[in-house]
Design a protein around this ligand. Sequence first.
Ligand SMILES: Cc1cc2nc3c(=O)[nH]c(=O)nc-3n(C[C@H](O)[C@H](O)[C@H](O)COP(=O)(O)OP(=O)(O)OC[C@H]3O[C@@H](n4cnc5c(N)ncnc54)[C@H](O)[C@@H]3O)c2cc1C
Length: 501
Amino acid sequence: MKKIIVIGGGPAGMMAAIAAADGGTGVILLEKNEKLGKKLFITGKGRCNVTNAAELETLFANVVSNPKFLFSAFYQFDNRAVMRFLESAGCKLKVERGERVFPVSDHSSDVIGALTRELQRRGVDVRLHTRAGGLLVRNGARETAAVISVGKGPSETRSDDPCVSDGISGTEGTAGISGTGAKICGVLLEDGRRLEGDAVILATGGCSYAATGSTGDGYGLAVRTGHRLMECFPSLVPLAAEERWCGDLMGLSLRNVTVRLLAKSRLLYEGFGEMLFTHFGVSGPLILSASSYYAQELRRRRKKGAKADAALGRRSGTVAGKESGTAGGKQPEAAAGRRPGAALPDCRLLIDLKPALSLEQLDRRILRDFEESKNKQFKNALNGLFPARLIPVMIALSGIDPEKRVNEITREERAAFAGLVKALPLTVAGTRDFDEAIITKGGVDVRDVNPSTMESRKLPGLYFAGEVLDLDALTGGFNLQIAWSTGYLAGESAAERVADA
Ligand SMILES: Cc1cc2nc3c(=O)[nH]c(=O)nc-3n(C[C@H](O)[C@H](O)[C@H](O)COP(=O)(O)OP(=O)(O)OC[C@H]3O[C@@H](n4cnc5c(N)ncnc54)[C@H](O)[C@@H]3O)c2cc1C
């Protein structure tokens, strides 16, 4: 019987295995962890926001990197199809605020349970504790292994750098691996065993929350088989701020505020909602979204810098004075990736604490408050405007003497204060690391993948699905939708290819 091997038992890999099995081929699903869906288990704070029930155009609008690449995948297996699939597999769903879809039980384990049952029902051969260490490629009579890590025990191969697949040694380069006549013929397991297959689907995830198994293995395998890799950045991640006062406000959550992210005066992001102060800076839904555009800007400038360097014949790769590229003697593809904490020197957040009021309306409101507490000191006249913990910070930033009586505050001082309330500035010092990032921005270059099938343009028989690809979206269930849609399309296309062969 023809066989398809899926590497990675996350949402993309499980869906790919299910779709491939529906095509009538034998399917082996390899997962290096002791169980399937370790990351899926922690999604949505354990509730798993499986998808978003909005119209398809909203789905596309929420994809930040390469939305057009997802055209076929989204149309082939859209959010309604995901919902139908999970419900028919026994996982009842509900739609919450913002069209976010969750299991009725609020337990991600029910989503994993449904997928596991569907895998079993189709006879998918699930192999846990099984790490793929290489891809087998045949070119005529010659078989070559594109290896990232083989013949080592798991403890020896663990890397503390989530985006550098340990053991990418690869002195052999990609010669003979891709190109005319080459095609995939199996997987080399970490323990050295060979597993033959007619097609392979790479669904190894990105490199965020590495403890869940997403350690960037797929990047090494892709590069070793001649695919380009887009540099990886943590995304949907808290932002560090230079201002020390954020730490004083740790735990304070602000609702109904507007946040704008600017690079110099260029607006990168604007959103309304909730944010949170932390010991290092800021977090919360608005900030996570802002971080995606921050990472996008980092990436844009890296590309621009690389182009300028290439034109000048220089080696590429500095961001904020940090070297990237071929760091530490690692191979370029291994070091590509990982820009945690990389900073843009000119990026700021402006928090509008009173977005419902125009500057003039706010000024009138402050004037009214001051008139009501005429003989009070400035520090005692702000209770109606902000949460108590924010008052000392706002007073310090205003430069107005806290002991000053409000009827002595000048019109100019009051106007400047209103301006501060409408645009409380924070200097972004960078993103937090991959271990705190919901998603990885970057990965296998979509130009090397056929969007109608998810098949590699470099190596026939190799397919990609999920976060390993250079695809990412905002929060709201959109990232899992990417995993389901690309997984389904990869599985279905691989099965068609194998059946036709
Ligand atoms: C805290 C958190 C909360 C999130 N919440 C949501 C949410 O509510 N909604 C949403 O849409 N998105 C959410 N996401 C994002 C979502 O989890 C990812 O988009 C999704 O898991 C990507 O699926 P994937 O299958 O591509 O990769 P992964 O889920 O990372 O799965 C990849 C799998 O491959 C395995 N693997 C890797 N290398 C190998 C190898 N060499 N051999 C064998 N197996 C291997 C890994 O162990 C892993 O199980 C969240 C992410 C995080 C971190």
